[in-house]
Write a protein that binds this ligand. Sequence first.
Ligand SMILES: [Zn+2]
Length: 243
Amino acid sequence: MANKTALVISAHAADFVWRAGGAIALHAKLGYDVTVVCLSYGERGESAKLWKQPGMTLDVVKEARHKEAENAAKALGVHDLVSFDLGDYPLDLGAEARDRMVDVIRKVQPSFMMSHSMWDPYNTDHMNTTKFVLETRMIAQAWGHNPGEKVLGAPQLYLFEPHQTEQMGWKPDTFLDITEVWDKKRAAIECMEGQEHLWDFYTRVAQNRANHFKRNSGGQSGGRDCKYAEGFQSIFPRTVDEL
Ligand SMILES: [Zn+2]
């Protein structure tokens, strides 16, 4: 039987590392084929350290960010890293990008999907990506779109944790224990050489989320220990036979 699959859609090349690196490494370890789509390299908006070097060009920045993303993907055990190269600040999410995204979703047939928060006034690329993901997920479910292809089921869309969390209207309802793969996430974080100022910040985020994992798994009354975790907000309801 084919492996289970997951699809992570990242506006810029580094977002998947900070926000979902643990989920990616953990599911890779569980046998999932995890595909990561980077819509851009974050070449204009998330590469300040590179741009401060004299004589820097767009191509050099893109190449450097691409290499970092590849190294990080390797550290996390990503099955397939797909770069759309749509440009950033702003992303160009036109009809062509939409068709490409639907093709990837249908090809991967993910058990679950991940992307950004619904709201991000600091970074419209992030929230436009989420809207784009919801739209392309919907199109991938339409029987009339490219009839004959395998239609998408109803994978959950998990929104990963944004930067400046409290400003984003993001409310986690799921905490994932990533302790056993933390070393992989930290290694992937350290591939982001252009954003060294965020390495320890995202280590502290994972430690803080671990505290929420402990509290919500029972706290002082039998809660599970956890050292590192990631939080997610799910969009769609769950269907269950028992609560
Ligand atoms: Zn970003």
